[in-house]
Ligand binder design. Sequence first.
Ligand code: GLY
Length: 387
Amino acid sequence: MTSSSARFGKSPKVAIIGAGVIGLGIAWRLAAQGARVDVFDRGPAGKGASHAAAGMLAACCEAEPGEDALVALGRESQAQWPAFAAELLKASGIDVELRQEGTLVVALTADDQARIHHHLTHQKKLGLPLEWISAAETRRREPHLAGKLAGAVWSPEDHQVDNRKLAAGLRAAAEAVGARIHEHKPVKEMSIVGGRVDGVMLADGVKVDADVVVLAAGAWSRGIAGLAPEQRPPVRPIKGQMLALKMDSAAPLTTHVIWAPGVYMVPRLDGRLIVGATVEEKAFDTSLTAGGLLTLLEAAWRAVPAIEELPIDEMWVGHRPGSRDDAPIVGPGPAQGLIYATGHHRNGILLTPVTVDAVARLVLEGTIDPAIRPFGIDRFAPPRAAE
Ligand code: GLY
């Protein structure tokens, strides 16, 4: 790829589709370096998956077989998080509350233990810093765990941030350096002429010219017209139901992120305990269901029985942008000047630092970071027939 700055000058005009943490973060990075940036969102900024997420930075304990490249990307982003959070605090005045207590993956029964050990064997082969700890040691760290406990995997580097504060911080930081955020302004179509993108067409009929278009519309990315269906990113919504309970912030029941069979729990500094999440192929359905919430609450109650007394603070539904292989799609799109930054599935918050820096370099320097090279759209191209 030739240098973008050579093609577009020092201050390219960039249209970003999607004001989630990825779009807002890219806007911040680009505008800070002189680009003229407009961000468009179909709704309010930061209120899609960025709002619905739990904020876990779980590169280690969520590592699955077959995801080695994704784990490496997650680890790289995880390492960037402390500096990213500090920089964002300076730029926006908003503290994303990076909590560094780590994560416990709890086994309640011997069956859970066997399943977790199977995963742990693979995760340790990848060199991830995870270790099995006894039931007594697990209870020492989290005294409110259930009476029947087999032990846990201790993950000292899987932390959390408050994703809603992250979205607010990125918005403030982006606006402070001149990016313009256009809320309730859906993009209907990317305008592509002669194989090159030249702007976006809004649903209200206004055309906005741009040298570069970044598609960061999460689960909505496939719905933006302008490309043939087979060229659009293979991203679909994966519904998740979640809820928040209210603990006493001065005496919280838990301090670590806890995974237990069928559920995770993420304690915030303000006393909210985020409980998630269902994983449902239900398109953009937004209904909270008795079955979904019952499953989460029962699983959470089995692990931490004392939640029974906690008030429910909030319940919500979000849509993860799931790609065909559960990994993000980051890199040049199928038209000159078009860049994809979508499909982050369960890892959007974790992957924000590495994604936004890589996309900013792609736009301003024309270079593809080695970290994002495995995540181009080209990996979904059909195999070529033998000649
Ligand atoms: N990363 C947690 C979730 O997708 O539910």
